[in-house]
Design a protein around this ligand. Structure first.
Ligand code: ZN
Length: 375
């Protein structure tokens, strides 16, 4: 028996491997030690045997409520990801693997690898409407890449989409992959109409360093990028610094910041209520966007989500709040579950890359519904 996490986005520390019915593991915290929840490792054992994996420090993770009714994700072929029986008790997460093959990869959610990220960028750039722009470098010297889709006509609206500020929220990049594939599909008339009216600026991965390092929430320096928008710096948060510079150049008429939520088993939006200049126009746009997204995807709902900020009380270091205020535009954080959507549950798969892809496609319909009224 052997366990390794020595690969792209890997994360686990092995404490004790002596007993296959009591394998003792711990999640390695993000740099700086403040956050952890993401795990991703491969177990080599024997087909037909049962292995019981215990993550001993689960109770000290960033979101302990995230373990309640949570089922770990696994794959034999690294393509198809399914759920394993998982329980949480007394601060310990227990995952049971009845092995059908000799090795299994176990993760917090289906990984979206750095290789796949690069494949995505390479694939879309062959489309005539796409240009890639190098926005800058990260601390670990990785590229921060912007995908521009459209002809750049200054009379069109400018739609900005960012994903994976929190690198462990891989469903965000799965969603962006689905959204971009749909947007570039010449048989998709929603996309065709939308591209007649808007230019798209998409950052599929805001945090490549954190992604490769197997972080949950921060960049290479342990900085939570979604608390850096008020005062980004090249030293601490170059990712946000470069994106804001580019936003200032293009302007922003609609902002969609894509995330995953550890605890809530629902898909929901968090808007910019509570920002100093929030107004009826933005509230109307938000309602329209939300209503149409509900029709476009039965996975989306607006009953359950985060509490709405009191007027003027919004935390302006968050991307959605900062962008809404700076550009007086419709801005939303989209949250997908790590667990499942309790309104439309799927016990074998839970929330999945495939459902994230579909939600990306559906998001375009909501964008088309508001594009004429963004200004
Ligand atoms: Zn997030």
């Amino acid at each position: 028996m052997h366990i390794t996490a020595n690969f792209d986005a890997g994360n686990i520390d092995v404490i004790n491997l002596e007993d296959k019915k009591d394998i003792q593991l711990a999640i390695r915290p993000d740099f700086g030690g403040e956050f952890f929840q993401w795990f991703n490792f491969r177990l080599s054992g024997q087909a037909g045997e049962q292995y019981i994996l215990n993550i001993l420090n689960a109770g000290e993770a960033s979101f302990p409520a995230g373990w309640e009714n949570y089922q770990a994700v696994a794959s034999y072929d690294r393509q198809h990801w399914f759920r394993l029986p998982t329980s949480y008790k007394d601060g310990k997460l227990t995952i049971v693997a009845d092995m059908e093959c000799d090795t299994i990869q176990v993760a917090y959610f289906a990984p979206y690898s750095y290789e796949r990220h690069q494949d995505l960028l390479a694939a879309v750039q062959t489309h005539p409407l796409v240009t890639l722009e190098h926005l800058g470098e990260t601390f670990d010297k990785r590229d921060l890449t912007l995908v521009k889709i459209g002809d750049g006509d200054v009379n069109k609206r400018n739609i900005w989409i960012t994903a994976r500020q929190h690198p462990g929220e891989t469903m965000a990049e799965w969603l962006v992959e689905g959204l971009m594939d749909s947007l570039l599909d010449s048989d998709n008339t929603t996309s065709k109409l939308l591209l007649d009216k808007a230019n798209f600026y998409i950052v599929p991965n805001m945090n490549p360093d954190g992604s490769v390092r197997g972080h949950l929430r921060t960049n290479a320096l342990g900085i939570n990028l979604n608390r850096e928008w008020l005062n980004p710096s090249l030293e601490k948060s170059p990712e946000v610094f470069h994106v804001i510079n580019k936003m200032e150049e293009t302007g922003v008429d609609l902002f969609y910041d894509v995330h995953g939520d550890e605890a809530l088993p629902f898909v929901f939006l968090a808007g910019s209520e509570g920002t100093p200049s929030y107004n009826d126009r933005l509230a109307g746009l938000r309602d329209r966007f939300s209503e149409v997204l509900k029709l476009a995807s039965a996975d989306f709902q607006s009953e359950i989500g985060y509490g709405i900020g009191a007027p003027g009380e919004a935390n302006m270091t968050l991307a959605t709040h900062w962008v809404a205020e700076r550009f007086d535009c419709l801005a939303n954080t989209l949250e997908m579950p790590f667990k499942d959507n309790n309104n439309v549950p799927n016990s074998a798969m839970g929330w999945s890359p495939e459902r994230s892809v579909k939600l990306g496609e559906a998001s375009l319909i909501a964008m088309l519904a508001v594009v004429d009224t963004l200004r």
